[in-house]
Design a protein around this ligand. Structure first.
Ligand code: ATP
Length: 484
């Protein structure tokens, strides 16, 4: 089996080669943790966003969509708790100049209580284990502890993850993850604005606007897809943790007391959604946040995690945010954000059940889940669910003569009214199939001699490579039945 690091390397290579994802500003050496989506990547992204939007907004009566601006009044971020609390404790290594999140480092601590300690990135003790062995000390003379459990007075004994000497790590310092900029020409503290670190706040501040305009009654939700920015200390794992990324968030406003039930319902509905985009069930799981690890606004929180080649990672969060957000915005804005419940004839601040996921993490999940090395047939296949596949079909004339290109063009023109379709007449058909396999095109239609005789074309299915003949007039129906 391929090692996880090789799988990621190969996948990143395929993403570049086939036009899914490029490093941002690559010709200048790239900029850390920012990525650009190429011709195939943008289609995959659009299909994932469309599937989410359909399930949230089109298929229900009780969710409305919005698109709020990225720059918001700075008080929003005071009310939300981000100015004071959206921080990570960060540690610098004076020697290597590397920066770590305190909670992402672990340490080998000698059980004797004396001698050097060795820090390593959470879950990756191998490299440091070698360092310790080279020093001819037995590993079982150590125990592993999270760095936050070590008193800072002991830091002088710690050898950093990528240094040889002890004592190069600084004490943890709190670092706010929001990007700051200035609004207007004057760069003063009074003009600071933030690039939003989440889309949720644009929903909360519009609660009354949307409710009134759409005449919704509780329970109802507001959905939004948009960019968010976080100055992450330790970005990485390709597009898993970026500094500029996109979120798909939905805030569902409910009557207090009904929140636990809605929370359970949304947990299940969100898990079920992954079937729609073809993610392997066995690679998904819930992770419950322990009560003492809950965010300041949350009463309950579950993550949906996916098993990436580099390990399990958060894909989506489902949170019971209580009335924290609306109550806090009411306090800071001095506006009444209560809801008048006509049936119960009472007023209250609604509770919020939130589902929040990253578009880019959904894309990474789809890419990892689809990536298949088919050794038997000497090919790499991206087995995307047809619903998210960037290219829905390819059409080939077997040869560039005898009227075959004309027939193929006609089929393409017909399909393009509804689908993204690729036309390819260059090289051997086998090679054309391989190219489509690598971008995950589910169906290829080939026009050949028989087409000219009886009006049938060959359809080749990507995963099974099975071929059948269907009438040229039925190609659109065939595709519609299978990819929508
Ligand atoms: P983490 O603990 O991984 O930093 P978080 O718990 O802060 O993430 P949330 O604030 O709950 O994440 O964000 C909701 C979703 O947004 C996440 O489940 C993830 O899919 C996505 N997301 C968050 N941060 C990033 C990022 N830096 N890059 C890409 N996607 C992100």
């Amino acid at each position: 089996m391929a090692k996880p690091s090789d799988t990621m390397k190969d996948l990143v290579g395929l993403c570049k080669r086939r036009g899914f994802i490029f490093q941002s500003s690559e010709i200048y050496g790239g900029i850390n943790s920012c990525y650009d989506y190429g011709p195939m990547g943008i289609e995959l992204k659009k299909n994932i966003k469309d599937a989410w939007w359909k399930s949230m907004v089109y298929e229900r009566d009780d969710i409305e969509g919005i698109d709020a601006s990225i720059l918001m009044h700075p008080r929003v971020w005071e009310a939300s708790g981000h100015v004071a609390g959206f921080t990570d404790p960060m540690i610098d290594c004076r020697e290597s100049k590397n920066r770590y999140r305190e909670d992402q480092l672990e340490v080998y601590v000698p059980t004797s209580g004396e001698g050097l300690m060795y820090a390593f990135p959470e879950g990756k003790p191998e490299a440091i284990a070698k360092k310790i062995k080279r020093a001819r000390v037995e590993l079982d003379a150590y125990e592993v502890k999270p760095l936050p459990d070590i008193d800072v007075s002991q830091y002088s004994r710690i050898v950093g993850p990528d240094t040889k000497e002890a004592g190069t790590l600084t004490e943890p310092r709190l670092f706010n993850l929001m990007f700051k900029t200035f609004m207007g020409p004057v760069e003063s503290d009074a003009n600071i604005v933030y690039l939003r670190p989440e889309t949720a706040q644009g929903i909360f501040v519009n609660f009354h606007n949307v409710r009134e305009a759409s005449r919704q009654k509780l329970p109802f939700g507001i959905a939004q897809i948009g960019k968010a920015f976080r100055n992450e200390i330790t970005p990485g794992n390709f597009i898993f943790r970026m500094r500029e990324f996109e979120q798909m968030e939905m805030q569902f406003f409910v009557k207090p007391g009904t929140d636990d039930d809605w929370f359970d319902q949304w947990k299940q509905m969100r898990l079920d959604w992954y079937e729609r985009v073809g993610i392997t069930k066995e690679k998904l799981r819930f992770h419950k946040h322990a009560d003492d690890a809950l965010a300041h606004y949350a009463k309950a929180a579950f993550d949906i995690e996916y098993e990436f080649p580099f390990g399990w990672g958060e894909l989506e969060g489902i949170h019971n945010r209580t009335d924290f957000d609306l109550a806090s915005h009411a306090e800071y804005s001095k506006k009444n954000l209560q809801y008048y419940d006509q049936e119960a004839q009472e007023k209250y601040v609604p509770y919020v059940v939130e589902t929040s996921t990253g578009v880019d993490r959904q894309i990474l999940t789809s890419l990892c889940d689809a990536y298949t090395v088919d050794e038997e047939n000497d090919r790499t296949v991206m087995s995307f669910h047809p619903r998210v596949a960037p290219m829905k079909a390819a059409v080939f004339p077997l040869v560039k003569k005898d009227g075959m290109p004309e027939v193929a063009h006609k089929i393409v023109a017909d399909l393009r009214k509804d689908f993204r379709v690729f036309y390819d007449e260059s090289g051997a058909v086998g090679r054309r199939y391989r190219r489509q396999d690598e971008i995950g095109t589910p169906y290829c239609f080939t026009v050949d001699t028989e087409t000219l005789e009886n009006g049938t074309v060959t359809v080749r299915e990507r995963d099974s490579m099975a071929q059948e003949r269907i009438s040229q007039d039925k190609v659109l129906d065939y595709l519609q039945d299978r990819v929508v």
